[in-house]
Design a protein around this ligand. Structure first.
Ligand code: ADP
Ligand code: MG
Length: 268
């Protein structure tokens, strides 16, 4: 069963270097149309920062990329693989839950509120998914976990519980956990919005480090300075569409649309 409209010829066309491909995506909640034809292409190794006012559909867009929300029209692919559906006999079929879960292991998601497992140690937070979802040997998963904790500056916290950590430390653990599955792309939904101001920098530094080493990322944030420094592309969304996108210098310093100017004048 499917209610998705797809131009099949499009699915394989024009995918050179494109890691995340969002085409004509529509999404409604009841009568409320939240995404009204979103197009977005993210190249491998690039960082895309998504800006936009509250309610413009940013979180919903990230959730459709992860197939936490189904789209009503259009399609999304990651590394050339259609998300949530497979094609056969010229038709689209919804994937089974277990196949969706498998696809989701390629997509790391970092939430505003960290969402760590409170009853597990930091190390166990990182080991759980690789062992249960990818059937990695525990020893190997632990080695990877320790390496990633070292990378986010938390090697000494492996045995701690989330409640014993600051918000900034918890978010760095959440980033390490997202990396533990070896994802093709990392999605961040306002990763610093729940943090005290003095803790924002340490989390942004970790994301900057990932950017330097070629991790493909889509980051929803209001941190304009971060966007200017790290983004390859800045996307401005409003009312469920991409209003404009381009290099940071273009979108942030010379916006072409009145809605972008109005938004930036409030946040800059
Ligand atoms: P943003 O992240 O840009 O603030 P969202 O994607 O969270 O925007 O939300 C866009 C719109 O969709 C808002 O009007 C929000 O209330 C609505 N919305 C989001 N999720 C749901 C849902 N599960 N059910 C109904 N409405 C929703
Ligand atoms: Mg949001």
């Amino acid at each position: 069963m499917t209610d998705v409209t797809v131009d099949f010829d499009d699915v394989t066309a024009d995918l050179d270097d494109v890691m995340v491909d969002v085409r004509g995506v529509h999404k409604s909640f009841g009568p409320l149309e939240v995404l009204r034809g979103v197009d977005l292409r993210v190249r491998a190794g690039e960082v895309t920062v998504v800006l936009g006012p509250s309610g413009s559909g940013k979180s919903t867009l990230l959730r459709t990329i992860n197939h936490l929300e189904k789209v009503h029209r259009g399609w999304i692919s990651i590394d050339g693989e259609l998300i949530g559906y497979r094609r056969s006999g010229g038709k689209l079929h919804e994937l089974k839950e277990k196949d969706v879960l498998k696809q989701r292991t390629h997509i790391g998601f970092v939430f505003q509120n960290f969402n760590l497992f409170p009853h597990l140690t930091v190390l166990e937070n990182l080991v759980e998914a690789p062992v249960s979802a990818l059937r990695r040997p525990r020893k190997e998963a632990e080695e990877t976990a320790r390496r990633l904790l070292d990378r986010v500056g938390l090697a000494d916290k492996a045995g701690a519980y989330p409640r014993q950590l600051s918000g900034g430390q918890q978010q760095r653990v959440a980033i390490a956990r997202a990396l533990a599955l070896g994802p093709k792309v990392l999605l961040f939904d306002e990763p610093t919005s729940a943090l005290d101001p003095e803790l924002v920098g340490e989390v942004l530094d970790v994301i900057k480090d990932l950017a330097r080493t070629g991790t493909t990322m889509i980051v929803v944030t209001h941190e304009i300075g971060f966007a200017r420094e790290v983004a390859d592309t800045v996307v401005f969304m409003d009312g469920g569409v991409v209003v404009e996108q381009g290099p940071p210098a273009a979108v942030l310093d010379d916006p072409q649309h009145e809605r972008t100017r109005a938004f930036l004048s409030k946040v800059l």
